[in-house]
Design a protein around this ligand. Structure first.
Ligand SMILES: O=c1ccn([C@@H]2O[C@H](COP(=O)(O)OP(=O)(O)O)[C@@H](O)[C@H]2O)c(=O)[nH]1
Length: 486
């Protein structure tokens, strides 16, 4: 009889061990599309399958930016809103193993652009949603719906994302000794989100329990702690709509928020075709106007202040437009356009005194347009480049005048784009909520990141393998052993 190859057994063991690793490191995926006013982004999240529903740390695996404008811009040709998503959905197919496609939840949430479209033309908004749904259903994922997020949800889920990624929600227990690392109101971080059409502020305050202005309250129980979050979304106060608010009115032509030398002929329709400003359209025959830059930060601040209403407040305290806001508390993470703008302006360092930040922005606004263009035109589209003086001034005015930050509390704000490789924004919080991934009660074991989890499993598997080999070696029949004659 042919003698068995002695290497068969180790090979079998290696294959078994690899198989075990493959099973225990199975990954679950989720996809969320953020259909914003200016553009749509697709995010793929991943987490260890076996930690589903527990403390498994969800991480962003992939981000795809849909080409073109936001879905709300396709009112004339709604099917194109659906088609615009195809290339990112194809990318998602490539980034998620095929066998996982049917169990990968797919969500789309639309924000302020679609809120405005719904106000303006509800049937057009329905058509866009239908087109988008048709495309999403055509992909092999588990379609979970395309819907309009309320401003309050956008704010609250942004807050959940920031605090989840920052590990500010969990209670850690180690070696039987349970201690609270960071938790509750004292250490939760506020969230400031600036979009194109709306802006959100969300934070917990010891002085807010939801009894005053209950519409601003969202309550959660997360990892054993109760939170009553204050949140408000200001529709029309995203940076693109705020620019329209600032441009509208008789003083629009010489604009201090644009650089000196900026001179563009623009259509009135492009400014006024939004429900945020449509009632302010001037009664003039001309279709166009000349937009001239004045490059003056102080005057720009005055123009921007005029888009906020500080006169009426029926609560104990307000931010602006008669909206209640409790006293600011703790640290804040400012993301989305807050980051894009301040990063471009090189002003993300909030340890720099506010006075210096304002001086730098003032110098930037005073830079002639020809000089700005010559310096940046190869890297940044001119339309965006022209708006950074306005956007930076808007951000500082919104924070200081609108939300009541002071030169002392300005340093409590951190401009952030990503936390641990995941983008800050509402999408992760939305998915965590819909997949019930954050337990109401505290878990027993400390959470591991996916990478640490895989590392631990791999080290354990290698150890097991080494032990197997050692046992095998000790039991292996020794070929050179002399046969004993009894
Ligand atoms: O690299 C970028 C990407 C976006 N934006 C701006 O950030 C805002 C993002 O708005 P979005 O459409 O995401 O949000 P929504 O209005 O729906 O809240 C828009 O003003 C964009 O022009 C930017 O300045 N730089």
């Amino acid at each position: 009889m042919k003698e068995k190859n002695p290497w068969h057994r180790p090979v079998t063991i290696i294959i078994t061990v690899i198989g075990v690793i493959a099973i225990v490191t199975l990954v679950t995926y989720g996809i969320v599309l953020d259909a914003g006013s200016s553009h749509t982004s697709l995010y793929i999240y991943q987490w260890p399958a076996e930690k589903d529903n527990n403390t498994g740390r969800v991480e962003q695996k992939h981000h795809c930016q849909v080409a073109g404008k936001g879905i709300s811009s396709y009112t004339a040709t709604p099917y194109k809103a659906g088609e615009s998503l195809i290339s990112c959905l194809k990318e998602a197919k490539e980034n998620i193993p095929q066998k996982m496609h049917p169990e990968t939840p797919l969500y789309l949430g639309a924000t302020a652009g679609m809120r405005l479209l719904k106000l303006e033309n509800s049937s057009a908004s329905d058509e866009v949603f239908k087109a988008v749904e048709k495309t999403l259903r055509g992909f092999p994922f588990s379609y979970q719906g395309a819907r309009l997020l309320a401003g309050q949800e956008e704010g609250a889920f942004g807050w959940v994302t920031v605090n989840y990624l920052d590990d500010r929600l969990t209670q850690v227990s180690m070696g039987g000794f349970k201690y609270t690392s960071v938790h509750g109101n004292e250490s939760a971080k506020g969230a400031l989100d600036l979009g194109g059409a709306s802006t959100q502020i969300s934070f917990v305050s010891d002085e807010y329990n939801g009894s005053e202005s209950p519409d601003n309250a969202v309550s959660f129980r997360l990892y054993g702690y109760d939170y009553t979050l204050y949140t408000h979304s200001f529709l029309c106060y995203g940076k693109d709509q705020a620019l329209r608010l600032a441009l509208s009115g008789p003083t629009a032509i010489m604009d201090p928020c644009f650089h000196k030398g900026y001179n563009e002929t623009k259509h009135y329709a492009a400014v006024y075709d939004s429900p945020c400003v449509s009632d302010q359209k001037p009664q003039i025959v001309s279709e166009t106007f000349i937009h001239l830059g004045g490059g003056n930060f102080t005057q720009c601040q005055e123009v921007i202040k005029s888009v906020f209403n500080f006169t009426s407040c029926r609560y104990s305290r307000c931010s602006f437009n008669g909206i209640f806001q409790p006293p600011l508390q703790g640290q804040f993470g400012a993301f989305s356009a807050y980051f894009f703008v301040m990063n471009f302006l090189n002003l993300t360092d909030t340890s720099v005194p506010l006075k210096t930040v304002m001086q730098k922005l003032s110098d930037y606004c005073a830079t002639p347009w020809t000089q700005v263009c010559a310096y940046f035109k190869h890297d940044i589209p001119l339309k965006y480049l022209a708006e950074y003086c306005f956007s930076g001034t808007y951000i500082l005015t919104l924070m200081m005048e609108g939300y009541n930050f002071t030169s002392e509390t300005y340093s409590s704000i951190k401009y952030i784009q990503k936390i641990k490789n995941s983008d800050a924004g509402w999408t992760l919080g939305y998915m965590l909520n819909l997949t019930n991934m954050i337990p109401a009660e505290a878990p027993d074991s400390p959470p591991l990141t996916y990478t640490s989890y895989v590392s631990v499993v791999t080290v354990m598997a290698i150890l097991l393998f080494v032990i197997f080999i050692l046992i095998l070696y000790s039991l292996w029949p020794k070929c050179n052993t002399e046969p004993k004659i009894i």
